[in-house]
Every structure is written in C-alpha cells, then in structure tokens.
Design a binder for this molecule. Structure first.
Ligand SMILES: NC(=O)c1ccc[n+]([C@@H]2O[C@H](COP(=O)([O-])OP(=O)(O)OC[C@H]3O[C@@H](n4cnc5c(N)ncnc54)[C@H](O)[C@@H]3O)[C@@H](O)[C@H]2O)c1
Length: 261
C-alpha cells in the first residue's frame, strides 16, 4: 500500500543531468514510484527503464523551451523539476584547473558558473514557469556541502603526497552557494503560485574513490561513511511529495552529519 503522503504516482518529473551518477538514480527511483519521468542531459544515452530522454543543453534557453514543450506533449505539464545537472572538476582535470587559487583559469570559472548557476536559473525559468502557470509544482535545486562550507583541502593531501598538484577548485563552491539563494528567491517569488522551491545539499557520494581519500573522508563524517545515491533519492521523493507540502525555501542537508561538528 502506498502512503498517500509520499505518493507521487502519475505526476510528471524532469531531472536535468539525468544520465549521470545521481541523476540516473533519481530518474529510475521516481519512475519506480509511478512518476512519468523525463531526463534533460547534454549527452545522448539510454535512460533507466520507463524514463524518456531529451538531449538538452541547460545553458541554452531555446533548447530548454523546446524540450519542455515536448515533455508537455509526451507526458504532461511537469510537477517536479530536479536541477541536478552540474559541472565539477573531474579527478583528471587539467593541471591549472586543480592548481593554486591564484592562477585558477577564468574560463573554467565561467564554464562551471554557466552550467551550475545559469543553467539552473534557465531551467527554473522555463520549467518552473510552466508549473507556476498550472498553480502547482516542486523544484529541487541540488547543492553540495562544498557550497555550504569550504572544501577541506586536507582530504586531497594524499595526492599532493604522491607529488601531484591538487587544490579542490573554487568555482564549484561559489556556484553551489549561489543555488542556495536562487532557491530562497524563487520560494518567495512563486509561493502564491503553488510552486515550492528547495535546496537539497548533499555530501560526497561513494563512487569507488581511492582508499586514502575514503579514509580521510570517513574520519570527518559523524556517520563514518560517504553518501549512498539511494539516500539522496529518499530526500528527492520527500521534496517531490505532499509530505513536504509546507516546506519551501529550505535547505535539506543530507550529509551524514558533516556540517554538525
Ligand atoms: N557526486 C557527488 O559526490 C556529489 C556531491 C554533492 C553534490 N553533487 C551534485 O549532484 C549533481 C549530480 O552529480 P553527479 O555526481 O551525478 O555528476 P555526473 O557528472 O555523474 O552527472 C552530471 C550530469 O549532468 C550532465 N550535464 C552537464 N552539463 C550539462 C548541460 N549543460 N546540460 C545538460 N546536462 C548537463 C552530464 O552530462 C551528466 O550526465 C551535481 O549537481 C553535483 O554537483 C554531487
């Protein structure tokens, strides 16, 4: 029996970056719960079963409008937007991107801000706008503990010990902080239109990271482990459902206690 508080079946969801590590878990998990799910991703790929994929660059407003119209035709007007697409510096990023702050490249800053901030804003304009016209909806903006607090550079000491240059770059943190106040802005702007807007702040997700990193990371988390992607899904379902009907403008922190000490 489905608990009506958490029942999202029959509703329409859009997950941006829905072919990535976390987005694919959200898309599959929401589809399993009866949602009609669309993913917007810049790459073409096979989404989870029962999920429709649309190739969209979220920094391109015209492409977003076209895809949103297609979702309305194919599935209906969206009830949920998960702004999950994002850029971080991959472990194999070019040396200057993970080098000292003083020489962090402007182009890298622009690229990260373009997707993480402008892309999220445009997705809210286009998809959130459609929801507001319907008088209902929920937007979940994904942030990170690195948007709430500074990265702990010591976690990457093992790379420096190996002789590599590695500084966790600044743009990701700045972009993820911006998401927090975009959320608050829109929560108040759309409150009377029935669209709730919240941030979901996540800690690092387990992804077979090197043992030295895991040891350093786990020692800093009260729960003693990294996040499992399914635990992030639980928070998305809560924010999508009527269980969170009085929650707007909030920041739901799912970090194993990282920010508690
Ligand atoms: N993985 C973590 O440890 C972690 C921790 C905290 C927060 N987050 C956040 O969760 C979200 C997802 O992270 P992930 O680890 O699954 O990343 P990922 O790289 O696996 O997935 C990101 C997806 O976004 C897509 N994307 C990138 N640019 C796009 C664009 N312009 N238009 C459309 N799609 C685009 C990519 O193709 C990819 O499928 C991000 O916002 C990230 O910042 C992740």
């Amino acid at each position: 029996m489905t608990d009506p508080l958490f029942d999202v079946s029959g509703r329409v969801a859009i997950v941006t970056g829905g072919l990535g590590q976390l987005g694919s878990v959200y898309a599959a998990g929401l589809a399993e719960r009866g949602m009609r799910v669309a993913v917007f991703d810049i790459v073409a790929g096979s989404p989870a079963e029962g999920v429709r994929s649309y190739e969209v660059d979220i920094t391109d407003r015209a492409a977003l409008e076209e895809a949103e119209q297609a979702v309305e035709r194919d599935l209906g007007v969206p009830h949920l937007l998960v702004n999950n697409a994002g850029l971080d510096s991959p472990p194999d990023a070019p040396a200057e991107e993970v080098g000292p702050f003083e020489t962090y490249p402007e182009e890298s800053f622009d690229a990260v801000m373009d997707v993480n901030v402008k892309g999220t804003l445009l997705s809210c304009q286009v998809v959130g706008g459609a929801m507001a016209r319907e008088g209902r909806g929920s937007i979940v903006n994904i942030s990170s503990i690195y948007g709430l607090l500074s990265p702990v550079q010591d976690l990457y000491a093992f790379r420096r010990d190996r002789g590599e240059t590695f500084v966790k770059p600044v743009a990701y943190s700045v972009s993820k902080s911006a998401v927090l106040n975009l959320t608050r802005y829109l929560a108040t702007y759309w409150a009377k239109s029935g669209v709730r807007v919240n941030t979901l702040t996540l800690a690092g997700v387990f992804d077979e990271q090197p043992r030295e990193f895991l040891d350093a990371y786990e020692a800093r988390v009260p729960l003693g482990r990294m996040l499992d992607a399914r635990e992030a899904l639980g928070a998305v379902v809560f924010l999508a459902s009527d269980a969170s009907s009085y929650v707007t403008g909030a920041n739901l922190v799912v970090d194993g206690g990282w920010s508690a000490w």
